[in-house]
Each structure stands twice: as structure tokens, then as C-alpha cells.
Write a protein that binds this ligand. Structure first.
Ligand code: KG4
Ligand code: ZN
Length: 362
């Protein structure tokens, strides 16, 4: 039995988890900072770093208590060390180094984006499996990460071997959700609120563009969709007498029904663009045995529904994380770290926090 402690502090969630043998989640504690960033309608890096410092030790204590273990029982310490807000990452990395050094256990730095793809391979909450899932049946897998900062497709031949096939050339899909939510004057956090509002709207009320890019491209683009939504809400910008431009209307001019229709139509175009690229990747390579999905937007109802449809049609297993593991969490960090540990991919105390992902360079 191998117990791995995971620490995650890349953005606005302070999280610690304890995972046994890479699949059984014994503790998954997440302290969200949403309330601290709400009034700024976005994450304020300094506030995030300070909150991580205050919360990391209580969150760690809670995780060991929930798992019914002591720190002495831990076999390895893992931490999300990239990508993210540098000050926020530093808190988790410093805590992980201190623990690994004082316990005399291996330290494992994990790429947060890579870990999102692992979330679908963890045991479901409340349904611990006796044995780990049979990875031989699932790989090679097509992976899709849909988060606030990243949108990319990957070819994964094992939990640790991963190669990028395509990525967004502008906004991440979560970022597009958050920006459109702001345009519609929805409360923070935007993505989940837009998802809820879209349920009440007509998704064919507006014919927003679905980006395809070149015929064979596995890249994504969401900026054209975002601009189309902006002009629908605010009208075309008008030149003013000072030579600048301004909008003549805004979200307060919309009825609740009009807002819901825009939300639903945006969501149809955004999700269709994702599904289209998955279909393309599957058509380009016939050896994918499953679909692995991860990142905050994998909590989206319509995406979950459309992915289930796609996988049913293609007869592919869908490894979609349960809601608890869609958003940033440390269980996905500890789960992936178990496989790194087994492969001897451990770090030393020179491990650095890094603002960008490096998966594509593997
Ligand atoms: O993976 P995540 O928690 O953090 C990053 O690594 O970026 O993803 C956060 C993103 C945010 O943009 C948030 O608005 C979006 O995921 N999100 C959603 C939903 N829940 C979270 N977007 C659409 N529908 C949702 N239900
Ligand atoms: Zn994330």
C-alpha cells in the first residue's frame, strides 16, 4: 500500500488530499477562496497567495484527520508546481518541500494540467474500488483539458506519457465562459452561473460562430465567438465625436429571457466547437481506446451530456471526473504522483514553482 499526499495551490483553491495506490481517495479537502475574489470579479493574485498561507496548515490537518492517518504514514509528498499564479504556487511548493524534507520522503512535482486528465481515473467518491482500474484497457486515450486557463487535446499512452495534439490559439473555453458571464452581468464565478442560465434559454435563438480552423486542425479558438456575443449584447461600437468608440446598449437593456437565450446559444457554439475537435482527433487516429476529460469546464452539464452521446455513438469508454474532481483539487495531483513515483520520476528540493505548463515539451 502506498499513500501519497497531494497539495494544490495554483489559483484560488487551497487543497490537500491523500490517495492510496493512485486510485482510492482517502481525503480530499478543498478550501475555496471564491468569497475573497467575488467583489473583484476575478482572482487577485496577492489575496490568493495570502489566503493559501493562512489555510494550508489547517487544510493539511483536516486531510490527515479525514483519512485517519498521521503524516508518518505518508510515503510521498506531491505538489502541483506548474502552471499557475507564481505566488500561489510558491505556497504549496514550500509546504511540500518542508514536509518531504522533514518526513524524509520523496517529493514529486506535478503539472496541474496533466493532473486534470488524471481526475477521471480516480475512484468515484463513496465508491472505492478494491483494485485500480485496468489502464491497459483505456490507453492510448484521447485527452481533453477544459479549464479556465487551458483548452487542449492530448494523446496519452499511459497516465504519465502525454503529448499535446492541439490547443487554443486564443482564449481558453473557461475564460470565454467567464467573459461572456461578465458581459451578461452574471455573478462570479461566471462559468457555473452561465451553465445554469443556459438551461432556461433557446440555444438556437442566435447563430453564433462555431470555430473549425483549418480542415485538419486540432486547435481551438474562442475569441470570435466571444466577440459575436459582445456585439449581440452591446450592439456594434459607434464612433464618438472624440474619435473613440463606445457601445450604445448593455446587459441591463436585456430581458431575462433574452439573457438566457444568449447564454444557451453561446453554450451550444462553445460546446459544439469542443465536440467537433474531439471527433476530428478520433477520425484522425483509430487506436484511441477511451476519452479522458478534465478541468473546471468538465462540470458543465451540456458538455457532459454531449460527451456521453458522442461516446455512446463511438462505443468508447468516457472517463469523466465526478463533480468533486472537476474543479481544482489535490486528489488528482496525488493520484498522478503515484504513477510518477512508480516510474522513479521524483524531484529534489530544487523543485521550482513555474507559471507555465510544460506538457507539450515531453
Ligand atoms: O480547472 P479549473 O478549476 O481551474 C483552472 O485550472 O483554470 O477551471 C476553472 C474554470 C473557470 O473558467 C470556470 O468558470 C469554469 O472552469 N467552469 C465552468 C463550469 N464550472 C466551472 N464552465 C462552464 N460550466 C460550468 N459548469
Ligand atoms: Zn485547474
Amino acid at each position: 500500500m502506498t499513500l501519497v499526499l497531494g497539495i494544490e495551490s495554483s489559483c484560488d483553491e487551497t487543497a490537500c488530499a491523500i490517495v492510496r495506490d493512485g486510485h482510492a481517495v482517502l481525503a480530499n479537502v478543498i478550501a475555496s477562496q471564491h468569497e475573497l475574489h467575488e467583489e473583484y470579479a476575478g482572482v487577485v493574485p496577492e489575496i490568493a497567495s495570502r489566503a493559501h498561507v493562512e489555510r494550508i496548515v489547517p487544510v493539511l490537518r483536516r486531510a490527515t484527520a479525514d483519512a485517519g492517518v498521521t503524516l508518518g504514514d505518508i510515503d510521498a509528498v506531491s505538489v502541483g508546481h506548474r502552471p499557475g499564479l507564481i505566488g500561489a504556487l510558491l505556497v504549496g511548493v514550500a509546504a511540500a518541500k518542508a514536509l518531504a524534507w522533514s518526513l524524509g520522503k520523496p517529493l514529486i512535482g506535478i503539472d496541474h494540467i496533466h493532473a486534470h486528465l488524471y481526475a477521471g481515473l480516480l475512484d468515484r467518491p463513496g465508491e472505492p474500488a478494491d483494485r485500480p482500474p485496468d489502464h491497459a484497457e483505456l490507453f492510448p486515450a484521447l485527452g481533453l483539458v477544459v479549464s479556465g486557463g487551458h483548452t487542449a487535446l492530448y494523446r496519452t499512452t499511459s497516465p504519465i506519457d502525454i503529448k499535446r495534439l492541439g490547443a487554443t490559439i486564443d482564449d481558453a473555453v473557461g475564460e470565454a465562459y467567464d467573459k461572456v458571464a461578465t458581459m451578461l452581468d452574471l455573478p462570479y464565478p461566471g462559468g457555473p452561473n452561465l451553465d445554469r442560465l443556459a438551461l432556461e434559454g433557446d440555444d438556437h435563438a442566435h447563430d453564433f460562430p462555431i470555430s473549425r480552423l483549418d480542415r485538419d486542425s486540432l486547435d481551438f479558438s474562442f475569441s470570435g465567438l466571444k466577440t459575436a456575443v459582445l456585439y449581440t449584447i452591446r450592439g456594434l461600437p459607434q464612433r464618438d465625436s472624440a474619435g473613440g468608440s463606445s457601445f450604445t446598449r448593455g446587459p441591463s437593456d436585456l430581458t431575462p429571457k433574452q439573457k438566457a437565450d444568449i447564454a444557451a446559444s453561446f453554450q451550444r457554439a462553445a460546446i459544439r466547437a469542443l465536440i467537433l475537435k474531439i471527433e476530428r482527433a478520433l477520425d484522425q487516429s483509430s487506436d484511441f481506446r477511451s476519452l479522458l476529460i478534465g478541468g473546471g469546464v468538465s462540470a458543465n452539464m451540456r458538455l457532459r451530456h454531449d460527451l456521453a452521446d458522442l461516446c455512446r455513438t463511438r462505443d468508447l469508454p468516457l472517463m469523466l471526473p465526478p463533480m468533486d474532481y472537476c474543479m481544482d483539487n489535490a486528489a488528482m495531483i496525488a493520484g498522478l504522483a503515484y504513477h510518477m513515483l512508480r516510474a522513479g520520476l521524483v524531484d529534489d528540493l530544487t523543485l521550482r514553482a513555474e507559471p507555465t505548463s510544460r506538457i507539450e515539451q515531453r
